[in-house]
Ligand binder design. Structure first.
Ligand code: C5P
Length: 393
């Protein structure tokens, strides 16, 4: 996406460097525009290096002169203003385009995310709050400010939101809301099956795949319940409802409770297939126990849901395999009664956590290779498939 970043003159201007850097790393094309005051805090050259383009400081006509505000306003598909000082908010709220950021803002007609940063008294002042309301009414999305210690040494509300939160806010605002109306239940992470209070049976799943699916689905407008094992602790989109569970049996209970309201189940969890038949109340001492332990089979959460909801709800499982992934996935899909199984390899550094990830979507009609080798892209394509199944392509 083409994004123009407007930087105002406050000490938080240094955080705008990270905002720009994150946007560029995420694959966006970024142009920066600054107020003259901002250039007192961070040199335009810094933003030029980060964005790879000249920085708009004063309006004019390129290529001979400075960058035109009209060019930037028309070029951009989204605008991020970070940090926004009290002075800039006042200019934006009153339509006073006396410097380049306000000029670009007035000429721009797409989504705007604005991250205020100022001393707490200035933020709380009725005039700033009135300007804030005006900007919100005009459709500007505000992120922060957050509570904390200011450069002045004071504590209060006024710190600029973290760069990652600013970028998340932009992603939220610009994401297509194409999953609105869908209710998803997603399982994530490993389950823990205790032998005694200090020992357990589990696997290396981090829950990242399930969390990415949950966050992206929420961003795209779906209601999401994430049934998360103990390792699935990544940051969640605020709209995701999380139910924390430990064992496979707890996961089954939580999924069963959430399913009646849902229309889609994605089983991204790596559920332990077995559990110790006996769980001791006290720590087992090595001299006192033998080397074998009886195991019991755990409930197959997704299979049980498929028995109940097949044909009524969309059911998607995962098959993490060390060999013959596609064959195994096709078998699993048929055996468990699922609409689709996402097949991927595990082992050799693949599959768990953030490593290389290659996946295929196996359905009744065949196999579709998912593009890219990241979990983010895999999640996007699974959700695209769900949208096409539920809402028509
Ligand atoms: O049989 P396998 O564990 O390979 O199947 C993987 C799929 O089944 C995943 O979607 C996983 O979340 C789900 N599953 C489950 N309950 C189990 C085992 C697997 O829901 N006990």
């Amino acid at each position: 996406m083409r994004i123009v970043v407007g930087v105002a003159g406050g000490i938080a201007a240094y955080k705008a460097c990270e905002v720009v850097s994150r946007l560029v790393k995420a694959g966006h094309e970024v142009r920066v525009t600054m107020t003259p005051a901002a250039a007192q805090f961070v040199a335009p050259l810094t933003f030029r290096a980060l964005s790879g383009h000249d920085v708009g400081m004063q309006s004019g006509d390129e290529p001979e002169g400075p960058i035109s505000h009209v060019t930037l306003s028309h070029w951009a598909e989204a605008m991020v203003i970070a940090p926004a000082t009290a002075a800039l908010m006042a200019r934006l709220a009153t339509g006073n385009p006396s410097e380049m950021v306000s000029l670009v803002y007035l000429g721009f007609r797409g989504p705007v995310v604005l991250a205020p940063a100022m001393e707490p008294e200035m933020w709380e002042h009725p005039r700033t709050q009135a300007n804030l309301r005006t900007l919100q009414q005009d459709g500007v999305h505000i992120v922060g400010p957050v509570y904390g210690r200011m450069a002045s040494g004071l504590e209060g509300w006024g710190r600029m939101a973290e760069p990652s939160d600013v970028v998340d806010a932009l992603d939220d605002v610009t994401a297509p809301k194409d999953l609105t109306g869908l209710r998803l239940v997603i399982t994530a992470g490993a389950t823990w099956e205790y032998f005694d209070p200090v020992r357990l049976l589990t696997n290396p799943s981090t829950g990242l795949m399930g969390v990415m699916l949950a966050n992206q689905a929420a961003r795209r407008g779906a209601s999401v319940t994430l049934v998360a094992g103990p390792t699935a602790t990544h940051p969640l989109h605020p709209a995701v409802e999380k139910r924390s569970v430990v064992s496979a049996r707890e996961m089954l209970d939580a999924v069963s409770a959430a399913m009646p309201q849902a229309n889609v189940l994605i089983g991204a969890a790596a559920v332990s297939d077995f559990r110790p038949a006996e769980r001791l109340d006290q720590k087992a001492h090595k001299e006192a126990v033998g080397l074998s332990w009886n195991m019991e089979r755990n409930p197959d959460v997704i299979r049980i849901m498929a028995e109940q909801y097949r044909g009524q709800k969309l059911l998607i499982g995962f098959a993490a395999e060390t060999e013959n992934a596609l064959e195994q996935a096709a078998k699993k899909r048929a055996a468990k009664g699922l609409d689709a199984v996402v097949a991927n390899f595990v082992g050799d550094g693949q599959g768990f956590g953030e490593g290389l990830h290659q996946a295929w979507l196996v359905t009744e009609s065949g196999v579709q290779a998912l593009e890219g080798s990241s979990k983010t892209l895999t999640a996007t394509q699974i959700l695209d498939w769900i949208r096409n199944q539920t809402k028509g392509a």
